[in-house]
Write a protein that binds this ligand. Structure first.
Ligand code: CMP
Length: 139
């Protein structure tokens, strides 16, 4: 079924000039962009977004990295969006990411891994609403 996922192009990929190439790869893979924003996360907002990881050893590093510069947030639509997008971005650890995936091409480490992709339909909806008002989503 057609459904949606949520993504962020993270501060490392933005700093390295990869916004255009990543959005092009997303479109070429058949995802339709239904919401798009160039923005940034305060440390407080990053902490809220990643609240499920609070208490993990990498949490502080993750929050500090995600608030270190601008990001691109987007909601994407496609058949099997969540699963297919996770295939397109590759494993969390870029060393384990399949060749040609976005993380294999643009990520440098498990922490600075270029892109985020929602891990379930429920989280996709929650994460999309975190970044976008209803009027900013174009079905
Ligand atoms: P993301 O898919 O955005 O969701 C949680 C993030 O935590 C993940 O990408 C990684 O960037 C980060 N993360 C996961 N494991 C580690 C780790 N061991 N060290 C640093 N960051 C991590």
């Amino acid at each position: 079924a057609t459904n949606r996922t949520f993504t962020m192009i993270k501060p490392d990929a933005v700093r390295n000039g990869h916004i255009g190439a990543i959005l092009a790869q997303i479109n070429e893979a058949g995802f339709r962009i239904v919401a798009l924003k160039y923005t940034s996360l305060s440390t407080q907002k990053a902490g809220e977004f990643y609240a499920v990881h609070e208490g993990r050893p990498f949490y502080d590093e993750l929050v500090s990295f995600m608030s270190s510069g601008p990001i691109v947030a987007a909601i994407l639509e496609k058949d099997n969006a969540v699963t297919d997008f996770r295939k397109l971005i590759g494993a969390t650890n870029p060393k384990e990411a399949e060749a040609g995936t976005i993380r294999a091409k643009y990520a440098s480490s498990i922490g600075e891994n270029a892109v985020h992709g929602s891990d379930s339909d429920d989280n996709a909806a929650i994460e999309g609403q975190f970044h976008f008002a209803g009027t900013e989503v174009f079905a």
